[in-house]
Design a protein around this ligand. Structure first.
Ligand code: NAD
Ligand code: MLT
Length: 526
Protein backbone atom coordinates (compact mmCIF):
# COMPACT_ATOMS: atom_id res chain seq x y z
CA UNK A 1 0.00 0.00 0.00
CA UNK A 2 1.21 3.52 -0.79
CA UNK A 3 2.30 5.83 2.04
CA UNK A 4 1.30 9.49 2.29
CA UNK A 5 2.89 12.03 4.63
CA UNK A 6 0.73 14.99 5.67
CA UNK A 7 3.15 17.55 7.09
CA UNK A 8 0.84 20.55 7.67
CA UNK A 9 -2.61 20.72 9.25
CA UNK A 10 -5.24 19.90 6.63
CA UNK A 11 -8.95 19.20 6.96
CA UNK A 12 -9.97 15.64 7.93
CA UNK A 13 -12.07 15.38 4.74
CA UNK A 14 -8.80 15.14 2.78
CA UNK A 15 -7.28 12.59 5.16
CA UNK A 16 -10.39 10.41 4.78
CA UNK A 17 -10.00 10.38 0.98
CA UNK A 18 -6.30 9.49 1.16
CA UNK A 19 -6.94 6.76 3.73
CA UNK A 20 -9.02 4.85 1.17
CA UNK A 21 -5.94 4.15 -0.93
CA UNK A 22 -2.91 4.69 1.30
CA UNK A 23 -1.47 4.60 4.78
CA UNK A 24 -1.55 8.21 5.98
CA UNK A 25 0.94 9.58 8.52
CA UNK A 26 0.21 13.04 9.93
CA UNK A 27 3.42 14.64 11.22
CA UNK A 28 3.21 18.41 11.44
CA UNK A 29 5.89 20.86 12.60
CA UNK A 30 8.80 18.74 11.31
CA UNK A 31 12.18 20.47 11.03
CA UNK A 32 13.68 20.37 7.51
CA UNK A 33 16.32 17.84 8.60
CA UNK A 34 13.62 15.58 10.10
CA UNK A 35 11.69 15.72 6.84
CA UNK A 36 14.82 14.85 4.84
CA UNK A 37 15.31 11.85 7.09
CA UNK A 38 11.84 10.34 6.67
CA UNK A 39 10.66 11.49 3.22
CA UNK A 40 12.30 8.50 1.48
CA UNK A 41 9.54 6.23 2.84
CA UNK A 42 6.69 8.14 1.23
CA UNK A 43 4.90 8.02 -2.14
CA UNK A 44 3.06 11.30 -1.61
CA UNK A 45 3.40 14.45 0.46
CA UNK A 46 0.47 16.71 1.34
CA UNK A 47 1.26 20.21 2.60
CA UNK A 48 -0.14 23.72 3.12
CA UNK A 49 2.15 26.72 3.28
CA UNK A 50 4.03 25.66 6.43
CA UNK A 51 6.30 23.02 4.87
CA UNK A 52 9.09 24.22 2.59
CA UNK A 53 9.77 21.48 0.06
CA UNK A 54 13.35 22.26 -0.91
CA UNK A 55 15.63 20.55 -3.43
CA UNK A 56 17.34 18.79 -0.55
CA UNK A 57 14.03 17.26 0.53
CA UNK A 58 13.17 16.32 -3.05
CA UNK A 59 16.58 14.69 -3.54
CA UNK A 60 15.92 12.53 -0.48
CA UNK A 61 12.39 11.64 -1.66
CA UNK A 62 13.33 8.55 -3.63
CA UNK A 63 9.77 7.10 -3.75
CA UNK A 64 7.84 10.35 -4.07
CA UNK A 65 5.35 10.55 -6.94
CA UNK A 66 3.25 13.54 -5.99
CA UNK A 67 3.32 16.66 -3.83
CA UNK A 68 -0.13 18.08 -3.07
CA UNK A 69 -0.40 21.71 -1.94
CA UNK A 70 -3.75 22.27 -0.19
CA UNK A 71 -4.05 25.85 -1.47
CA UNK A 72 -3.01 27.89 -4.48
CA UNK A 73 0.55 29.15 -4.06
CA UNK A 74 3.32 26.64 -4.71
CA UNK A 75 6.09 29.11 -3.87
CA UNK A 76 7.03 26.91 -0.91
CA UNK A 77 7.79 24.01 -3.29
CA UNK A 78 10.90 23.81 -5.47
CA UNK A 79 8.79 22.96 -8.53
CA UNK A 80 11.75 22.80 -11.00
CA UNK A 81 13.50 20.27 -8.72
CA UNK A 82 10.29 18.21 -8.47
CA UNK A 83 9.79 18.40 -12.24
CA UNK A 84 13.32 17.20 -12.89
CA UNK A 85 12.63 14.17 -10.70
CA UNK A 86 9.29 13.50 -12.39
CA UNK A 87 7.27 14.32 -9.28
CA UNK A 88 3.83 15.74 -10.04
CA UNK A 89 2.99 18.91 -8.10
CA UNK A 90 -0.74 19.53 -7.68
CA UNK A 91 -2.60 22.39 -6.04
CA UNK A 92 -6.14 23.65 -5.56
CA UNK A 93 -6.45 26.75 -7.74
CA UNK A 94 -10.05 27.52 -6.82
CA UNK A 95 -10.79 25.99 -3.41
CA UNK A 96 -10.04 29.17 -1.47
CA UNK A 97 -10.90 31.89 -4.01
CA UNK A 98 -13.96 33.14 -2.14
CA UNK A 99 -12.22 32.99 1.24
CA UNK A 100 -9.28 35.09 -0.01
CA UNK A 101 -11.53 37.59 -1.80
CA UNK A 102 -13.73 38.03 1.29
CA UNK A 103 -10.62 38.52 3.44
CA UNK A 104 -9.41 41.30 1.13
CA UNK A 105 -12.83 42.97 1.28
CA UNK A 106 -12.97 42.57 5.07
CA UNK A 107 -9.51 44.12 5.32
CA UNK A 108 -10.58 47.06 3.16
CA UNK A 109 -13.62 47.79 5.37
CA UNK A 110 -11.80 47.11 8.63
CA UNK A 111 -9.02 49.49 7.58
CA UNK A 112 -11.51 52.19 6.56
CA UNK A 113 -13.37 52.00 9.86
CA UNK A 114 -10.44 51.18 12.18
CA UNK A 115 -12.34 48.17 13.45
CA UNK A 116 -9.37 46.22 14.95
CA UNK A 117 -8.14 49.18 17.00
CA UNK A 118 -11.64 50.29 18.03
CA UNK A 119 -12.39 46.74 19.15
CA UNK A 120 -9.14 46.53 21.13
CA UNK A 121 -9.86 49.85 22.84
CA UNK A 122 -13.35 48.75 23.97
CA UNK A 123 -11.91 45.47 25.23
CA UNK A 124 -9.37 47.46 27.21
CA UNK A 125 -12.32 49.17 28.96
CA UNK A 126 -12.33 52.48 27.02
CA UNK A 127 -15.27 54.16 25.25
CA UNK A 128 -13.48 56.40 22.76
CA UNK A 129 -15.81 57.62 20.01
CA UNK A 130 -13.48 60.30 18.69
CA UNK A 131 -10.34 58.49 17.64
CA UNK A 132 -11.87 56.13 15.13
CA UNK A 133 -13.66 58.26 12.57
CA UNK A 134 -13.31 56.39 9.33
CA UNK A 135 -13.86 56.73 5.60
CA UNK A 136 -16.61 55.31 3.37
CA UNK A 137 -15.80 53.11 0.40
CA UNK A 138 -19.01 54.15 -1.43
CA UNK A 139 -18.16 56.13 -4.61
CA UNK A 140 -14.44 55.67 -3.95
CA UNK A 141 -12.09 54.24 -6.58
CA UNK A 142 -10.79 50.72 -6.05
CA UNK A 143 -7.69 49.80 -8.08
CA UNK A 144 -7.47 46.04 -8.55
CA UNK A 145 -4.06 44.74 -9.58
CA UNK A 146 -4.62 41.25 -11.03
CA UNK A 147 -8.08 40.47 -12.36
CA UNK A 148 -7.97 36.69 -12.01
CA UNK A 149 -10.21 34.52 -9.86
CA UNK A 150 -9.85 36.45 -6.61
CA UNK A 151 -9.57 39.90 -8.19
CA UNK A 152 -12.77 39.28 -10.17
CA UNK A 153 -14.75 38.29 -7.09
CA UNK A 154 -13.47 41.33 -5.21
CA UNK A 155 -14.58 43.45 -8.18
CA UNK A 156 -18.07 41.94 -8.21
CA UNK A 157 -18.64 42.63 -4.51
CA UNK A 158 -16.98 46.08 -4.55
CA UNK A 159 -19.25 47.05 -7.46
CA UNK A 160 -22.32 46.33 -5.36
CA UNK A 161 -20.90 48.61 -2.64
CA UNK A 162 -20.92 51.47 -5.12
CA UNK A 163 -17.19 51.62 -5.80
CA UNK A 164 -15.66 52.73 -9.09
CA UNK A 165 -13.37 49.99 -10.37
CA UNK A 166 -10.04 50.35 -12.14
CA UNK A 167 -7.98 47.28 -12.95
CA UNK A 168 -4.51 46.50 -14.19
CA UNK A 169 -3.81 43.04 -15.61
CA UNK A 170 -1.68 42.78 -18.77
CA UNK A 171 -3.01 39.29 -19.50
CA UNK A 172 -6.71 40.00 -19.77
CA UNK A 173 -8.67 41.79 -22.46
CA UNK A 174 -10.48 45.11 -22.16
CA UNK A 175 -13.75 43.27 -22.96
CA UNK A 176 -13.25 40.78 -20.13
CA UNK A 177 -12.46 43.61 -17.70
CA UNK A 178 -15.59 45.46 -18.82
CA UNK A 179 -17.71 42.34 -18.31
CA UNK A 180 -16.51 42.34 -14.70
CA UNK A 181 -17.35 46.04 -14.43
CA UNK A 182 -13.75 47.29 -14.42
CA UNK A 183 -11.98 49.84 -16.55
CA UNK A 184 -8.65 48.40 -17.62
CA UNK A 185 -5.93 51.02 -17.17
CA UNK A 186 -2.15 51.32 -17.04
CA UNK A 187 -0.59 50.68 -13.67
CA UNK A 188 0.60 54.26 -13.18
CA UNK A 189 -2.89 55.62 -13.72
CA UNK A 190 -4.30 53.11 -11.26
CA UNK A 191 -1.72 54.17 -8.67
CA UNK A 192 -2.50 57.85 -9.26
CA UNK A 193 -6.30 57.57 -9.09
CA UNK A 194 -7.14 54.79 -6.66
CA UNK A 195 -8.35 55.42 -3.12
CA UNK A 196 -7.89 51.73 -2.36
CA UNK A 197 -5.39 49.46 -4.11
CA UNK A 198 -5.86 45.71 -3.71
CA UNK A 199 -3.29 43.21 -5.00
CA UNK A 200 -4.37 39.87 -6.49
CA UNK A 201 -1.35 38.80 -8.51
CA UNK A 202 1.15 35.98 -8.16
CA UNK A 203 4.63 36.72 -6.88
CA UNK A 204 6.92 36.59 -9.89
CA UNK A 205 10.19 38.35 -10.75
CA UNK A 206 8.04 41.07 -12.41
CA UNK A 207 5.75 41.57 -9.41
CA UNK A 208 8.39 41.40 -6.68
CA UNK A 209 8.50 44.82 -4.97
CA UNK A 210 5.93 46.16 -7.41
CA UNK A 211 4.96 48.45 -4.54
CA UNK A 212 8.16 50.30 -3.66
CA UNK A 213 9.30 53.83 -2.79
CA UNK A 214 8.89 54.97 -6.41
CA UNK A 215 5.41 53.54 -6.97
CA UNK A 216 4.26 54.63 -3.49
CA UNK A 217 5.22 58.19 -4.44
CA UNK A 218 2.66 58.08 -7.27
CA UNK A 219 -0.26 57.37 -4.94
CA UNK A 220 -2.68 59.77 -3.26
CA UNK A 221 -1.98 60.66 0.39
CA UNK A 222 -5.42 59.18 1.10
CA UNK A 223 -4.65 55.87 -0.63
CA UNK A 224 -4.90 52.59 1.29
CA UNK A 225 -3.25 49.35 0.12
CA UNK A 226 -4.50 45.82 0.72
CA UNK A 227 -2.29 42.81 0.11
CA UNK A 228 -3.90 39.39 0.53
CA UNK A 229 -1.91 37.94 -2.38
CA UNK A 230 1.73 37.19 -1.66
CA UNK A 231 4.43 38.62 0.56
CA UNK A 232 7.26 40.33 -1.30
CA UNK A 233 5.00 42.13 -3.78
CA UNK A 234 5.28 45.07 -1.39
CA UNK A 235 8.64 46.37 -0.19
CA UNK A 236 7.66 46.55 3.46
CA UNK A 237 10.27 49.06 4.64
CA UNK A 238 9.23 51.54 1.95
CA UNK A 239 5.54 51.01 2.80
CA UNK A 240 6.08 51.55 6.52
CA UNK A 241 8.03 54.75 5.82
CA UNK A 242 5.34 56.07 3.46
CA UNK A 243 2.61 55.47 6.06
CA UNK A 244 4.68 56.91 8.90
CA UNK A 245 5.36 60.08 6.91
CA UNK A 246 1.68 60.40 5.85
CA UNK A 247 2.48 59.92 2.17
CA UNK A 248 -0.26 57.28 2.00
CA UNK A 249 -3.13 56.65 4.44
CA UNK A 250 -2.68 53.04 5.40
CA UNK A 251 -2.32 49.36 4.56
CA UNK A 252 -3.88 46.04 5.44
CA UNK A 253 -1.57 43.09 4.97
CA UNK A 254 -2.20 39.36 5.26
CA UNK A 255 1.08 38.24 3.66
CA UNK A 256 4.68 39.28 4.28
CA UNK A 257 8.14 39.24 2.78
CA UNK A 258 9.11 36.74 5.42
CA UNK A 259 6.58 34.61 7.29
CA UNK A 260 6.04 34.41 10.19
CA UNK A 261 6.53 38.18 10.38
CA UNK A 262 9.56 38.95 12.53
CA UNK A 263 10.98 42.33 13.49
CA UNK A 264 9.17 44.86 11.34
CA UNK A 265 8.58 48.62 11.19
CA UNK A 266 4.97 47.76 10.37
CA UNK A 267 4.34 46.43 13.88
CA UNK A 268 4.95 49.82 15.47
CA UNK A 269 2.40 51.68 13.33
CA UNK A 270 -1.06 52.53 14.68
CA UNK A 271 -4.62 52.11 13.42
CA UNK A 272 -3.57 52.92 9.85
CA UNK A 273 -2.04 49.44 9.57
CA UNK A 274 -3.79 46.10 9.97
CA UNK A 275 -1.80 42.88 9.98
CA UNK A 276 -3.23 39.34 9.87
CA UNK A 277 -1.16 36.14 9.95
CA UNK A 278 -1.83 34.82 6.40
CA UNK A 279 -5.50 34.09 7.08
CA UNK A 280 -6.84 34.64 3.54
CA UNK A 281 -7.73 31.00 3.05
CA UNK A 282 -8.58 30.28 6.65
CA UNK A 283 -12.28 29.58 6.48
CA UNK A 284 -13.84 26.24 7.31
CA UNK A 285 -15.31 26.08 3.82
CA UNK A 286 -12.04 26.82 2.02
CA UNK A 287 -10.07 24.34 4.09
CA UNK A 288 -12.58 21.58 3.33
CA UNK A 289 -12.54 22.53 -0.37
CA UNK A 290 -8.76 22.54 -0.76
CA UNK A 291 -8.25 19.39 1.31
CA UNK A 292 -10.76 17.43 -0.78
CA UNK A 293 -9.51 18.85 -4.07
CA UNK A 294 -5.86 18.03 -3.37
CA UNK A 295 -6.47 14.67 -1.67
CA UNK A 296 -8.50 13.51 -4.68
CA UNK A 297 -5.64 14.45 -6.98
CA UNK A 298 -3.02 12.71 -4.82
CA UNK A 299 -5.26 9.63 -4.79
CA UNK A 300 -5.57 9.74 -8.58
CA UNK A 301 -1.82 10.06 -9.14
CA UNK A 302 -1.17 7.14 -6.76
CA UNK A 303 -3.69 5.09 -8.77
CA UNK A 304 -1.87 5.99 -11.99
CA UNK A 305 -4.53 8.46 -13.16
CA UNK A 306 -3.87 12.02 -14.33
CA UNK A 307 -4.33 14.92 -11.90
CA UNK A 308 -6.69 17.75 -12.86
CA UNK A 309 -4.58 20.61 -11.48
CA UNK A 310 -0.97 19.60 -11.91
CA UNK A 311 1.16 22.72 -12.00
CA UNK A 312 4.11 21.06 -13.69
CA UNK A 313 2.42 19.11 -16.49
CA UNK A 314 2.16 21.48 -19.44
CA UNK A 315 -1.23 22.14 -20.94
CA UNK A 316 -3.02 19.32 -19.19
CA UNK A 317 -6.13 21.00 -17.81
CA UNK A 318 -9.07 18.65 -17.28
CA UNK A 319 -10.82 19.73 -20.49
CA UNK A 320 -7.69 19.31 -22.63
CA UNK A 321 -6.91 16.03 -20.97
CA UNK A 322 -10.32 14.51 -21.62
CA UNK A 323 -10.19 15.39 -25.30
CA UNK A 324 -6.58 14.45 -25.92
CA UNK A 325 -6.22 11.37 -23.70
CA UNK A 326 -6.57 8.78 -26.52
CA UNK A 327 -4.25 10.80 -28.76
CA UNK A 328 -1.69 11.05 -25.98
CA UNK A 329 -1.65 7.26 -25.77
CA UNK A 330 -1.17 7.21 -29.54
CA UNK A 331 1.69 9.75 -29.33
CA UNK A 332 3.39 7.80 -26.56
CA UNK A 333 3.15 4.50 -28.46
CA UNK A 334 4.47 6.06 -31.66
CA UNK A 335 7.30 7.78 -29.75
CA UNK A 336 8.34 4.50 -28.19
CA UNK A 337 8.15 2.72 -31.56
CA UNK A 338 10.05 5.30 -33.59
CA UNK A 339 12.71 5.53 -30.87
CA UNK A 340 13.32 1.79 -31.13
CA UNK A 341 13.35 1.83 -34.93
CA UNK A 342 15.85 4.69 -34.91
CA UNK A 343 18.05 2.96 -32.30
CA UNK A 344 21.16 4.79 -31.08
CA UNK A 345 20.87 8.37 -29.91
CA UNK A 346 18.01 10.40 -31.33
CA UNK A 347 18.95 13.99 -32.09
CA UNK A 348 15.82 15.32 -33.76
CA UNK A 349 12.15 14.47 -33.36
CA UNK A 350 9.73 15.85 -35.88
CA UNK A 351 6.12 15.75 -34.65
CA UNK A 352 3.50 16.41 -37.32
CA UNK A 353 -0.15 16.78 -36.39
CA UNK A 354 -2.32 15.86 -39.35
CA UNK A 355 -5.97 16.23 -40.35
CA UNK A 356 -8.27 17.21 -37.46
CA UNK A 357 -5.36 16.91 -35.06
CA UNK A 358 -3.68 19.88 -36.74
CA UNK A 359 -6.10 22.22 -34.97
CA UNK A 360 -5.52 20.71 -31.52
CA UNK A 361 -3.32 21.89 -28.70
CA UNK A 362 -0.03 20.22 -29.55
CA UNK A 363 2.09 20.56 -26.44
CA UNK A 364 0.64 17.58 -24.53
CA UNK A 365 1.07 15.38 -27.63
CA UNK A 366 4.70 16.43 -28.01
CA UNK A 367 5.30 15.67 -24.33
CA UNK A 368 3.62 12.26 -24.72
CA UNK A 369 5.70 11.48 -27.83
CA UNK A 370 8.89 12.40 -25.94
CA UNK A 371 7.81 10.27 -23.00
CA UNK A 372 7.44 7.31 -25.37
CA UNK A 373 10.71 8.10 -27.15
CA UNK A 374 12.67 8.19 -23.89
CA UNK A 375 11.02 5.14 -22.37
CA UNK A 376 13.71 2.72 -23.58
CA UNK A 377 16.41 4.83 -21.94
CA UNK A 378 14.65 5.91 -18.78
CA UNK A 379 11.84 3.39 -18.20
CA UNK A 380 9.55 4.44 -15.32
CA UNK A 381 11.76 7.47 -14.58
CA UNK A 382 10.29 9.38 -17.51
CA UNK A 383 6.77 10.76 -17.24
CA UNK A 384 4.65 13.64 -18.51
CA UNK A 385 6.27 15.92 -15.94
CA UNK A 386 9.92 15.51 -16.85
CA UNK A 387 9.87 14.25 -20.47
CA UNK A 388 10.59 17.67 -22.01
CA UNK A 389 13.43 18.43 -19.60
CA UNK A 390 14.98 14.99 -20.07
CA UNK A 391 14.78 15.37 -23.86
CA UNK A 392 16.37 18.82 -23.72
CA UNK A 393 19.17 17.56 -21.53
CA UNK A 394 19.83 14.76 -23.99
CA UNK A 395 20.08 17.28 -26.81
CA UNK A 396 16.93 16.06 -28.58
CA UNK A 397 15.62 18.89 -30.74
CA UNK A 398 11.88 18.89 -31.35
CA UNK A 399 10.15 20.36 -34.39
CA UNK A 400 6.35 20.60 -34.43
CA UNK A 401 4.51 20.91 -37.71
CA UNK A 402 0.86 20.77 -38.73
CA UNK A 403 -0.83 19.63 -41.90
CA UNK A 404 -4.60 19.85 -41.88
CA UNK A 405 -4.75 18.73 -45.53
CA UNK A 406 -3.79 15.09 -44.74
CA UNK A 407 -7.19 13.43 -44.63
CA UNK A 408 -6.46 9.67 -44.84
CA UNK A 409 -7.83 9.40 -41.31
CA UNK A 410 -9.81 11.95 -39.28
CA UNK A 411 -6.70 12.86 -37.33
CA UNK A 412 -3.27 11.28 -37.46
CA UNK A 413 0.11 11.81 -35.91
CA UNK A 414 3.39 11.44 -37.76
CA UNK A 415 6.71 11.13 -35.92
CA UNK A 416 10.10 11.16 -37.57
CA UNK A 417 13.21 10.48 -35.50
CA UNK A 418 16.68 11.23 -36.75
CA UNK A 419 19.55 9.80 -34.78
CA UNK A 420 23.09 8.61 -34.96
CA UNK A 421 21.93 5.51 -36.89
CA UNK A 422 19.63 7.18 -39.42
CA UNK A 423 16.06 8.41 -39.84
CA UNK A 424 12.84 6.47 -39.30
CA UNK A 425 9.22 7.52 -39.28
CA UNK A 426 5.87 6.19 -38.12
CA UNK A 427 2.32 7.42 -38.48
CA UNK A 428 -0.67 6.39 -36.42
CA UNK A 429 -4.35 7.14 -36.06
CA UNK A 430 -7.31 6.18 -33.89
CA UNK A 431 -9.78 3.90 -35.63
CA UNK A 432 -13.17 2.43 -34.67
CA UNK A 433 -13.60 2.65 -30.91
CA UNK A 434 -10.51 4.88 -30.71
CA UNK A 435 -8.15 1.93 -31.19
CA UNK A 436 -4.54 2.81 -32.02
CA UNK A 437 -3.43 1.74 -35.50
CA UNK A 438 -0.08 2.12 -37.20
CA UNK A 439 -0.83 3.49 -40.62
CA UNK A 440 2.64 4.04 -42.00
CA UNK A 441 6.17 2.90 -41.27
CA UNK A 442 9.09 4.60 -43.01
CA UNK A 443 6.75 5.89 -45.70
CA UNK A 444 5.13 2.48 -46.42
CA UNK A 445 1.38 2.37 -45.84
CA UNK A 446 0.18 -0.36 -43.44
CA UNK A 447 -2.75 -0.75 -41.09
CA UNK A 448 -1.98 -2.74 -37.95
CA UNK A 449 -2.72 -2.28 -34.28
CA UNK A 450 0.56 -2.21 -32.35
CA UNK A 451 1.26 -5.19 -30.12
CA UNK A 452 3.70 -5.81 -27.28
CA UNK A 453 6.29 -7.63 -29.42
CA UNK A 454 6.74 -6.64 -33.05
CA UNK A 455 9.15 -7.32 -35.87
CA UNK A 456 9.58 -5.00 -38.84
CA UNK A 457 11.54 -5.85 -41.97
CA UNK A 458 12.55 -3.73 -44.93
CA UNK A 459 12.70 -6.04 -47.90
CA UNK A 460 12.28 -6.43 -51.63
CA UNK A 461 8.69 -7.20 -52.63
CA UNK A 462 9.29 -10.60 -54.32
CA UNK A 463 7.86 -14.11 -54.17
CA UNK A 464 9.01 -16.37 -51.33
CA UNK A 465 10.12 -13.77 -48.77
CA UNK A 466 7.13 -14.16 -46.47
CA UNK A 467 7.41 -17.98 -46.53
CA UNK A 468 11.13 -17.94 -45.80
CA UNK A 469 10.72 -15.52 -42.90
CA UNK A 470 7.80 -17.58 -41.51
CA UNK A 471 9.90 -20.78 -41.61
CA UNK A 472 12.87 -19.07 -39.98
CA UNK A 473 10.71 -17.72 -37.14
CA UNK A 474 9.12 -21.17 -36.80
CA UNK A 475 12.54 -22.78 -36.45
CA UNK A 476 13.20 -20.44 -33.52
CA UNK A 477 9.79 -21.35 -32.04
CA UNK A 478 8.43 -17.81 -32.59
CA UNK A 479 4.65 -17.70 -33.06
CA UNK A 480 3.31 -15.05 -35.45
CA UNK A 481 0.01 -13.47 -34.33
CA UNK A 482 -0.50 -11.29 -37.41
CA UNK A 483 1.43 -10.03 -40.40
CA UNK A 484 1.00 -7.29 -42.97
CA UNK A 485 3.05 -6.04 -45.88
CA UNK A 486 3.09 -2.40 -46.95
CA UNK A 487 4.44 -1.42 -50.35
CA UNK A 488 4.32 1.56 -52.62
CA UNK A 489 4.87 -0.25 -55.92
CA UNK A 490 4.66 -3.89 -56.90
CA UNK A 491 8.09 -5.61 -56.63
CA UNK A 492 9.65 -2.47 -55.23
CA UNK A 493 10.75 -1.97 -51.64
CA UNK A 494 8.31 -3.04 -48.92
CA UNK A 495 7.88 -3.12 -45.17
CA UNK A 496 6.57 -6.13 -43.28
CA UNK A 497 5.03 -5.63 -39.81
CA UNK A 498 4.61 -8.78 -37.71
CA UNK A 499 3.03 -9.08 -34.30
CA UNK A 500 4.59 -11.95 -32.41
CA UNK A 501 3.56 -13.66 -29.19
CA UNK A 502 6.95 -13.59 -27.44
CA UNK A 503 10.15 -11.56 -27.52
CA UNK A 504 12.50 -12.57 -30.34
CA UNK A 505 15.28 -14.89 -29.17
CA UNK A 506 18.84 -13.50 -29.21
CA UNK A 507 20.67 -13.80 -32.52
CA UNK A 508 17.61 -14.20 -34.72
CA UNK A 509 17.82 -10.69 -36.24
CA UNK A 510 21.23 -11.54 -37.75
CA UNK A 511 19.66 -14.64 -39.31
CA UNK A 512 16.69 -12.66 -40.63
CA UNK A 513 18.84 -10.17 -42.53
CA UNK A 514 20.66 -13.08 -44.16
CA UNK A 515 17.38 -14.05 -45.94
CA UNK A 516 17.82 -13.02 -49.60
CA UNK A 517 15.72 -9.90 -50.29
CA UNK A 518 15.54 -8.74 -46.65
CA UNK A 519 17.64 -5.62 -46.22
CA UNK A 520 16.98 -4.76 -42.62
CA UNK A 521 15.02 -5.98 -39.61
CA UNK A 522 14.01 -4.31 -36.38
CA UNK A 523 12.50 -5.78 -33.27
CA UNK A 524 10.36 -3.64 -31.01
CA UNK A 525 8.84 -4.14 -27.55
CA UNK A 526 6.00 -1.78 -26.67
P1 NAD B 1 -5.27 33.92 -10.68
O1 NAD B 1 -4.18 33.20 -11.38
O2 NAD B 1 -6.68 33.52 -10.91
O3 NAD B 1 -5.14 35.48 -10.99
C1 NAD B 1 -3.93 36.16 -10.99
C2 NAD B 1 -4.05 37.27 -12.02
O4 NAD B 1 -2.86 38.04 -11.96
C3 NAD B 1 -4.19 36.77 -13.45
O5 NAD B 1 -5.35 37.32 -14.06
C4 NAD B 1 -2.92 37.27 -14.13
O6 NAD B 1 -3.16 37.63 -15.47
C5 NAD B 1 -2.57 38.46 -13.29
N1 NAD B 1 -1.17 38.84 -13.37
C6 NAD B 1 -0.07 38.06 -13.48
N2 NAD B 1 1.04 38.83 -13.52
C7 NAD B 1 0.62 40.11 -13.42
C8 NAD B 1 1.29 41.35 -13.39
N3 NAD B 1 2.62 41.43 -13.50
N4 NAD B 1 0.55 42.48 -13.26
C9 NAD B 1 -0.79 42.40 -13.17
N5 NAD B 1 -1.49 41.26 -13.21
C10 NAD B 1 -0.79 40.13 -13.31
O7 NAD B 1 -4.88 33.83 -9.11
P2 NAD B 1 -5.86 34.03 -7.89
O8 NAD B 1 -6.41 32.70 -7.49
O9 NAD B 1 -6.79 35.14 -8.13
O10 NAD B 1 -4.79 34.41 -6.74
C11 NAD B 1 -4.23 35.70 -6.67
C12 NAD B 1 -3.16 35.73 -5.59
O11 NAD B 1 -3.72 35.46 -4.31
C13 NAD B 1 -2.05 34.72 -5.75
O12 NAD B 1 -0.82 35.32 -5.43
C14 NAD B 1 -2.37 33.66 -4.71
O13 NAD B 1 -1.24 32.92 -4.32
C15 NAD B 1 -2.90 34.51 -3.61
N6 NAD B 1 -3.72 33.83 -2.59
C16 NAD B 1 -3.53 34.21 -1.31
C17 NAD B 1 -4.31 33.64 -0.32
C18 NAD B 1 -4.11 34.01 1.12
O14 NAD B 1 -4.29 33.17 1.99
N7 NAD B 1 -3.77 35.24 1.43
C19 NAD B 1 -5.27 32.67 -0.65
C20 NAD B 1 -5.44 32.34 -1.99
C21 NAD B 1 -4.66 32.94 -2.97
C1 MLT C 1 -2.80 29.79 -0.79
O1 MLT C 1 -1.83 29.95 -1.54
O2 MLT C 1 -3.68 28.94 -1.02
C2 MLT C 1 -2.94 30.65 0.40
O3 MLT C 1 -1.87 31.47 0.59
C3 MLT C 1 -3.41 29.98 1.63
C4 MLT C 1 -2.50 28.98 2.25
O4 MLT C 1 -1.32 29.23 2.39
O5 MLT C 1 -2.99 27.90 2.61
Amino acid sequence: MSKVLVSDTVDQAGIDILSQVATVDIKTGLKPEQLVEIIGEYDALMIRSGTRVTKEIIDAATQLKVIGRAGVGVDNVDVPAATRRGIVVVNSPEGNTIAAAEHALAMMLALSRHIPDANASVKRGAWDRNSFTGAEVYKKTLGIVGLGKIGSHVAAVAKTMGMKLLAYDPFISTERAEQIGCQLVELDLLFQQADYITLHIPKTPETTHLINAITLAKMKPTARIINCARGGIIEEKALAAAIKEGRIAGAALDVFESEPLGESDLRSLGKEVILTPHLGASTTEAQVNVAIDVAEQIRDVLLGLPARSAVNIPGLGPDVLEELKPYMQLAETLGNLVGQLAGGRVELLNVRMQGELATNKSQPLVVAALKGLLYQALRERVNYVNASIEAKERGIRVIETRDASVRDYAGSLHLEATGTLGTHSVTGALLGEREIHLTDVDGFPINVPPSKYMLFTLHRDMPGIIGKLGSLLGSFNVNIASMQVGRKIVRGDAVMALSIDDPLPDGILTEIIKVPGIRDAYTVTL
